[in-house]
Write a protein that binds this ligand. Structure first.
Ligand SMILES: NC(=O)c1ccc[n+]([C@@H]2O[C@H](COP(=O)([O-])OP(=O)(O)OC[C@H]3O[C@@H](n4cnc5c(N)ncnc54)[C@H](O)[C@@H]3O)[C@@H](O)[C@H]2O)c1
Length: 390
């Protein structure tokens, strides 16, 4: 038997709402015929697209959706009415961060299940309030933590579980790429302008530290303290309307995370760097028995036996090809989109099958790390996220 969950997809016209959540997740789930449940039933999903831009919505609902699933989907510019609609089971928010608390509050008022993009809020007190609100109301809730299901990260987790690393000593994360400032009309900015304005909820730390929090927590346990240096590397950019604006939010952040286990993790996050590594995010984990480097999809390993013995001698050309000493692991047989995988887990959870630990409360822990990072950069000192949670 089929059961259908109706999802109000707010922010459907945005980068994340449109590409990752509508096209690659919800429409892909419809396209595959729904989500099979353990009960033998099939869970279907029906999106209602919501945003302010009517023309863009119309195009997504009446042109993009039919191309993928052979029929149109509903759309509306009236968020309040859609949230209040009795047919809606789940309110999902992928609008820009500052809008999120208002959407979550309205959804709680109507007793809807809530799923949203990260960060759940910019301010920690607000994120905690939202978690409490959902818990008190007893509504099912979750936050996107997509990186947990990236194929490369799944391989890293598997290596850890198999004991490949021996004792884990350190982790190095390298994230980012060059984001064009927009001054050259031939090379427009690839990211929305609000990302570079602190007053609009933008900034590398608030954007990315939530990801680093759940990733590191999942791989190595809790983060004890963070030391961050933040920069505004590109002080002026051009916005969507072609106007110059001042960048008030950090676009590069250099952080050291000290884990409760004693492991040291160092993450560089930058929108002002050029890529000369295997992927846009690479995470290297070093252990006594071996090391691994995970990209978004692939993972390379080097065990103790294949570890080269370099000799420092700048007077001769480097005799070792260091890349050749790494072995690429075979890709897993099925590589699903990470957002879609988490969507399926949330839909099942709402249908009564399976836990969903990636809650708004879990999302608030990401905001705590981001706020700890910001405070550390501001006061130039180590900050413990738990210091902010008490
Ligand atoms: N999980 C991830 O990897 C990931 C990656 C990028 C962004 N994000 C998060 O997704 C969210 C959206 O980011 P994006 O890059 O798609 O942004 P975007 O600018 O492309 O889209 C923003 C969306 O919000 C809507 N919006 C903006 N202001 C609004 C307002 N005042 N009222 C109602 N709607 C409003 C816009 O209409 C649009 O639909 C952010 O919270 C961001 O942190 C997550």
């Amino acid at each position: 038997m089929d059961r259908t969950l109706t999802v109000a997809l707010h922010g459907a016209t945005g980068r994340m709402g449109g590409n990752q959540h509508l096209i690659r997740s919800l429409l892909a789930i419809i396209q595959q015929g729904g989500v099979p449940l353990a009960s033998g039933d099939t869970l279907q999903v029906e999106p209602i697209l919501v945003a302010r831009e009517e023309e863009k919505l119309r195009q997504l609902a009446l042109e993009v959706a039919p191309q993928q699933i052979g029929r149109a989907v509903e759309f509306s510019t009236d968020l309040e009415a859609v949230i209040a609609d009795n047919r809606v089971d789940i309110v999902f928010d992928a609008a820009s961060t500052q809008v999120r608390p208002r959407v979550i509050r309205a959804a709680v008022e109507h007793g809807k299940a809530i799923y949203c993009e990260k960060p759940v809020a910019v301010e920690l007190a607000e994120a905690i309030q939202l978690a409490e609100l959902c818990e008190t109301a007893g509504v099912k809730n979750g936050v996107v933590q997509d990186k947990l299901w990236l194929p490369g990260i799944c391989q890293l987790r598997k290596l850890r579980d198999e004991g490949f690393f021996g004792e884990i000593l350190g982790v190095r994360g390298d994230f980012g790429y060059w984001v064009f400032s927009g001054h050259d009309p031939q090379r427009p900015a690839q990211r929305p302008s609000w990302n570079y304005r602190a007053e609009d909820g933008g900034g590398m730390i608030i954007d990315m530290f939530c990801h680093w929090q759940y990733l590191l927590n999942d791989l190595l346990g809790p983060i004890a303290a963070v030391l961050t240096h933040a920069k505004v590397d590109v002080p002026q950019r051009i916005d969507e309307a072609g106007n110059a604006y001042q960048c008030t939010a950090d676009d590069a952040a250099y952080a050291i995370f000290e884990m409760e286990s004693g492991v040291t993790c160092q993450f560089n996050s930058s929108w002002s760097t050029r890529v000369r590594r295997d992927d846009l995010l690479t995470i290297q984990m070093d252990g006594t028995q071996g090391s691994a480097v995970a990209g978004l999809r692939d993972c390379w390993v080097q065990d103790l036996a294949s570890t080269p013995t370099p000799v420092w001698n700048p007077d001769v050309p480097q005799p070792i090809n260091f890349c050749e000493a790494w072995r690429k692991l075979p890709a897993p047989p099925v590589e699903e989109n990470a957002f879609k995988t988490q969507w399926e887990l949330f839909l099942k959870h709402v249908a009564g099958e399976g836990d969903f630990p990636w809650s708004i409360r879990a999302g608030a822990a990401g905001v705590a790390l981001a706020q700890a990072g910001l405070l550390s950069a501001q006061e130039r000192r180590w900050v413990s996220p738990s210091e902010l949670l008490t």
